[in-house]
Design a protein around this ligand. Sequence first.
Ligand SMILES: *Cc1c(COP(=O)(O)O)cnc(C)c1O
Length: 226
Amino acid sequence: MSSENLKKVRAKIELACKRAGRNPNDVKLVAVTKEASLNDIIEAIRAGVTDIGESKVQDAINKYITLKEYKIRWHMIGHLQTNKVKDAIKIFDLIHSVDSARLAQAIDKEAKKNKKLIDILIEINTSGEKSKFGVPEKEAPRLVEQVVNLPNTRLLGFMTIAPVVSEPEEVRPYFRRLKNLYDDVKNKFPALRLEYLSMGMSQDFEVAIEEGANIVRIGTAIFKGN
Ligand SMILES: *Cc1c(COP(=O)(O)O)cnc(C)c1O
């Protein structure tokens, strides 16, 4: 039952917050539904889930239409191709995966057409793994500069996906690096309203919270248990 798993995840979030001296209300839980059944998603919503993450635009559209009656915030967490931007900005409240100026410009252009302001995060490839999307840390400040002047796009923070490891502790340095980058960019661009650090998945969300994550993206631990 996803509601039982959800309770366990929430308890772990609270404990991690306690360890880090943080308020659990400051950590937003995004339930990642890419592999969940509709019944399980609805159960999770009834148990209090308000934010849903999807990694493919078409899957998200189908769920968005089916779940229209519920008040949900939709998060795009997967790689976004520019030819999907048009559909993406119709449903997503926050796009976590902006990793090029070209993509940001495409989002801005569509946002303008739809008279919307679109909230985005820049995805950083903190591990440097070739299989991962995201910009290298050292290119982040340049991309920030390119994005901040787009009138219909609002940069709210950063996202990263840690490598798959056998011990959650091994990912701590990647999360710490993203937190440092976030603080650096905040200092360098004081006018920006940076507020989100999206990091941590089922395998590593507790470490991510200890390192400052305020959005965690959790699928397996909610919908499959562990
Ligand atoms: C699938 C996915 C998640 C959730 O992963 P779990 O291990 O199932 O919690 C989080 N973030 C991104 C970007 C994903 O693609």
